[in-house]
Design a protein around this ligand. Sequence first.
Ligand SMILES: [Zn+2]
Length: 247
Amino acid sequence: MRGRTHSAIVIKRAPYREADEVLTCWSWDIGKIRLLARGVRKNESRLKGALSPLAWLEFDVVPSDHLPIIAGVRRVASYSRAGRDLKRVALVFTIFEMILRATPDRQPVRNVSLLLRSALDQLSQDGPVASEFLLVFRYRLLSALGYQPRFDRCSSCGRSLKSEPSRWSPSWHGIVCERCALGLERISILPAVGVEFFTALENSTEVFPQVMLDSNLEPLLEGWLGGVFQTIIERSLNSSPFLVKHA
Ligand SMILES: [Zn+2]
């Protein structure tokens, strides 16, 4: 049997049978994959200490009828500083969870790999973590998957929109103008200041720019974007355009 190598980060571990684990990983070459770590829960396992969630790892795997089996693992880059306090650990697991939910199996998306690396770099830096870290990450993840909301144009009639409150429509999968929003259900409104924030993010050359967001606004924008994320991800993972676009 011919083996192969994947450079990947472990985003989820689940116990399997009496001593094994199934690892869900994000890999550069084929995106989200599941690998079998045999015997990893035995005390004498060589894999045990090597499977840090805060590192890019290089896995040698061999195919099997079930899941590819890990034959060896090496550490490529460590992000242990991204886990140096509980707040950071919670953020790491939240971004892993977002990637887990938002990406299809076995489809590489280079921008997701780059975003994940930037996010872990960001969490490894000195100083406090910006309060809008998750908000920016969520927006960037939608962008990386080709689903960031467009604020400049109505998704329904194409009319150009200025800095006005934005009406997100799940039916149109985007922002609609006031006129088109009439009669549509489940419209969620984003205030103009939110439009400005996301537009500034879109235009920034930095992945995690230094932005000063009012502390009252952050939960509001996170709530809005969280709802958009949920709708988009649920629908797109079940539709074929996603599969074609990222094939
Ligand atoms: Zn319109």
